[in-house]
Design a protein around this ligand. Structure first.
Ligand SMILES: CC(=O)N[C@H]1[C@@H](OP(=O)(O)OP(=O)(O)OC[C@H]2O[C@@H](n3ccc(=O)[nH]c3=O)[C@H](O)[C@@H]2O)O[C@H](CO)[C@@H](O)[C@@H]1O
Ligand SMILES: C=C(OP(=O)(O)O)C(=O)O
Length: 508
């Protein structure tokens, strides 16, 4: 083994080259250089420019060269004015729910245009480790999922499972397939404690008991117990509703779920279940009546709808940079209150006619953002379960309020630990005061100026900081951006196509 960073890069390149089945001479041809130069690089005897590393990465499949190279950071040069069109991708939250939901089906599930994001990658790793076969079919990110005859829970990829909260959703489908099983504790963003007790109480009527010890949920199922009365959720949570739905989908009787979330990802899961032959009544309301099937074995195709949180992120990018852009495929029914609030703040925009998403259900529009002079809203901005203002969209109002004239109060009653991260905007010149862990007061307008910030350990606040950097004068650096890649596909590249100036780099 060669020592030092040149040696480490050399080893990575050699391994990646062999993985691709190339000889040194073939790689040299691709890079327009000599075989002896490649040999020197692999031996760690060559100084490499960043440009050369990028070219080698591109020739070999950059993700291979990237392995082991540490976290990704972004360098942003601003201020930016954006122009052009951008299309909203399908949602992270439906993506993970549908991936887990595919475990209900013994047949093949094909999901169309899945968001190719780290959160989805982690769930795919967990599924693969227990025997599920998955295959990306094309550049559209269509994904085929084929479950095995027997699941291998003992082989579960614990490292992947611990990086996502969504493993908790395995409980609902698995309780029908296995009498006892273990799952690693759920992880995810650091937003303060999110209890799993609501999941337990929603699944107890199906005979599930869970003991949480030694870093794992130890689950056992008593098949004598079946839901008699309606299941009343104590919290209108999205993933708890999904867990109850998935448990009900393989229960041959009718299950009534009350105080259900009717949020976008729950609706996508309901539409998928309907395609599996499960009867679901009340989609979009807080009472769901589900008549399940003892066995589900169908080859099914489903297209999840677009992400309202990504739509809000892109709107925010336009607003903080005062840019005129077109945002295509916005799921308008999950953005109406956000838009009404923005309108009160003076935001100008036009909407296209509505059209349907590929699932044939969700209403979409294109939004044209217009030059606007914003002012603070008269009332505080606070989220509510759908059809309220989405809790994951609230953080974006921090960046928007920062460019508006006056004082805006944001009240995040949901998360113990999210509003706190919005004070990171102060490092860019913002005036954000933390009133208590749930409320921030933002005074605008702000003249942002660039600086270096480490990503807060929460997806939305991290993106809020990135978007404020677009509006900041000079150069900013945002460090350790895995948390953003959890929920957004190629965000920097896509913003660059609108005229942003963002480059990704890594420490070696
Ligand atoms: C994979 C996925 O879909 N994640 C979403 C899901 O997470 P998830 O479904 O895990 O969120 P939870 O249900 O845990 O709710 C989040 C927080 O809200 C509190 N709470 C929730 C509902 C309620 O009626 N009362 C209440 O107090 C919970 O105690 C918790 O602290 O829903 C959250 C809230 O929409 C979103 O931020 C997440 O993006
Ligand atoms: C909090 C979020 O999601 P998760 O449940 O995946 O942590 C989010 O999407 O902002």
């Amino acid at each position: 083994m060669t020592d030092g960073y040149k040696g480490r890069i050399g080893n990575l390149i050699r391994d990646a080259r062999k993985h691709k089945g190339l000889t040194q001479a073939q790689l040299a041809d691709l890079l327009n250089t000599s075989q002896s130069a490649i040999n020197r690089i692999e031996q760690g005897q060559q100084n490499l420019s960043l440009e050369m590393i990028a070219r080698v990465g591109a020739a070999l499949d950059s993700s291979l060269v990237d392995i082991g190279a540490g976290p990704t950071h972004l360098r942003v040069t601003g201020p930016t004015t954006l122009s052009g069109e951008i299309t909203v991708k399908t949602s992270k939250n439906a993506g993970v729910a549908l991936l887990v939901g595919s475990l209900l089906n013994r047949g093949r599930t094909t999901l169309r245009k899945v968001a190719r994001i780290e959160e989805v990658n982690r769930i795919i790793e967990v599924l693969n480790s227990i025997g599920v076969q998955t295959r990306w079919l094309n550049d559209d990110n269509d994904l085929e999922i084929v479950p095995p005859k027997e699941l291998r829970l003992d082989a579960v990829d614990e490292a992947a499972a611990r990086r996502t909260r969504s493993v908790i959703m395995f409980l609902g489908p698995l309780l029908h397939r296995l009498d006892t099983f273990e799952l690693p504790y759920a992880g995810g963003c650091n937003l303060g404690t999110r209890t799993v007790e609501p999941h337990m109480s929603a699944l107890r009527p199906f005979g599930l008991e869970v003991k949480a010890t030694d870093g794992a949920y130890h689950a056992s199922v008593n098949r004598e117990i079946q839901p008699g009365r309606p299941i009343v959720l104590t919290e209108r949570g999205d993933t708890v509703t999904e867990n109850a739905l998935m448990a009900a989908a393989l229960h041959p009787g009718t299950t009534v779920i009350r105080n259900a979330s009717s949020n976008y990802m729950v609706q996508d899961l309901c539409f998928y279940l309907q395609k599996l032959g499960v009867e679901v009544e009340g989609v979009g309301t807080t009472t769901l009546r589900v008549t399940g099937r003892e066995v589900i074995d169908v080859d099914v195709d489903y297209a999840p709808s677009e992400d309202p949180i990504e739509a809000m992120s892109l709107l925010t990018a336009a607003i903080v940079t005062d840019s005129e852009i077109t945002i295509k495929r916005v799921p308008i029914e999950f953005m109406e209150i956000e838009l009404a609030t923005l309108e009160e703040m003076g935001f100008n925009y036009t909407l296209s006619e509505e059209y349907l998403a590929l699932n044939g259900k969700t209403r979409l529009v294109d939004i044209n953002t217009k030059h606007s002079v914003l002012h603070a809203p008269l009332d505080k901005i606070h989220p509510l379960p759908f059809p309220g203002l989405n809790i994951d969209n609230l953080p974006f109002f921090a960046a928007i309020a920062a460019v508006a004239q006056g004082q805006t109060l944001l009240h995040d009653w949901v998360y113990e630990n999210r509003a706190i991260y919005l004070t990171e905007l102060n490092k860019l010149g913002g005036n954000v005061t933390l009133m208590d862990p749930h409320r921030v007061m933002i005074e605008g307008p702000t003249h942002f100026s660039g600086t270096e910030i480490v990503c807060p350990p929460a997806l939305r606040p991290a993106v809020v900081v990135l978007l404020a950097m677009l509006a900041s004068k000079g150069t900013s650096v945002l460090r350790s951006t895995y948390v953003i890649a959890r929920g957004y596909e190629d965000l920097a590249e896509r913003l660059n196509q609108l005229g942003a100036n963002i480059t990704a780099f890594r420490d070696i």
